[in-house]
Design a protein around this ligand. Structure first.
Ligand SMILES: Cc1cc2nc3c(=O)[nH]c(=O)nc-3n(C[C@H](O)[C@H](O)[C@H](O)COP(=O)(O)O)c2cc1C
Length: 299
């Protein structure tokens, strides 16, 4: 499948079939995970498979996920790190999303579950060793009904929440890559891509001329915590900077890592060969919005 189509069609699975994933499939996935994590050497990123999903669900229901709404799945994978440095958070998210693409290829659905604010006692069951950090686990399994939008919106935990972020319906395709206002669950290219400095609008012809319109159109479908889409791109002569809004929120750094993964893959599929370099950007402010530049991609 074309990477652009995969990205456009991928979405979070919140309802799972009771069917356990076959052992050989789980093994294949975790072999891949092991290779991935060893590629990060001393960065201390580790994937932990929880085969007994029921046990994890019972421990975490009411205290994990958006407003305590835990997702019930046959298995979970934890994302454990040795520290919570900016670069580690970003790399760990990049690695997890790489693994989830593999899961998708194995016909498995997935959904990130935020356990950042889950009390330590409740999530102790997840840890493999002391002084480790797990802020996310991911639900893994066969989707119950591929076409159905999640029932999670009816959950009690979300009663007083603005649950717009659960609405991942993409009603109809935007006809052009560059639209003034997005009609889907994602911000428009215009909202997230800037010309030479943060906040300065980009000319669509410029993107078209440089063969970048398709790239920015599709990367918008990257998943993000509460669908906040905190990533912004600043296009310069021969490079793109990745900025993230409100960088003090660790979830936004995770979203940036996920974006780096999709951006690189999407760029690769249209002929670019570069990868992101990290930038130790200061926190800046523009029109009351705080942001920080985290990465540079040479075009
Ligand atoms: C870091 C991260 C944490 C997330 N946490 C949760 C969660 O706790 N519960 C949930 O239902 N969805 C969670 N999601 C899924 C997002 O809500 C989802 O990606 C977003 O709404 C866009 O929808 P889509 O993935 O279907 O395109 C999370 C996603 C990310 C990237």
């Amino acid at each position: 499948m074309l990477f652009s189509k995969f990205l456009e069609n991928r979405r979070s699975t919140r309802e799972y079939s009771d069917k356990m994933v076959e052992n050989d499939k789980l093994e294949m996935l975790m072999d891949f995970a092991e290779k991935l994590q060893s590629g990060y050497g001393n960065d201390g990123i580790r994937f932990i498979l929880y085969e007994d999903g029921e046990k994890i669900y019972e421990n975490l229901k009411g205290v994990a996920g958006y407003a305590g709404v835990m997702i019930n799945s046959p298995h979970y994978i934890g994302l454990q790190t040795d520290n919570e440095d900016k670069e580690t958070i970003i790399k760990a998210a990049y690695a997890m999303e790489t693994l989830l693409t593999k899961a998708y290829q194995l016909d498995l659905g997935s959904c990130w579950i935020n356990i950042m604010d889950t009390p330590y006692d409740s999530k102790e069951i997840l840890f493999n060793g002391k002084n480790k950090h797990i802020n996310y686990i991911v639900a893994i399994g066969y989707s119950k009904d591929k076409s159905k939008i999640s029932q999670i919106a009816n959950s009690n935990g979300l009663e007083n929440e603005d649950i717009g972020y659960l609405n991942t319906i993409r009603p109809f395709k935007e006809k052009k890559y560059f639209v003034e206002k997005s009609t889907s669950s994602r911000l428009s290219v215009k909202d997230i891509v800037f010309d030479s400095k943060f906040g300065k609008s980009i000319d669509p012809d410029e993107l078209d001329k440089r063969g970048l319109d398709e790239l920015f159109y599709y990367v918008r479908y990257a998943p993000s915590n509460k669908n906040k889409q905190p990533w912004r791109f600043i296009l310069k002569n021969n490079k793109v900077n990745l900025a993230v809004i409100d960088p003090k929120d660790k979830n936004n750094l995770t979203d940036a890592g996920i974006m780096m993964y999709y951006f690189e893959e999407m760029a690769k599929s249209i002929g670019f060969k570069s990868s992101w370099d990290f930038i130790e950007g200061d926190i800046q402010e523009e029109d009351g919005i705080t942001f920080s530049i985290l990465g540079e991609y040479k075009l």
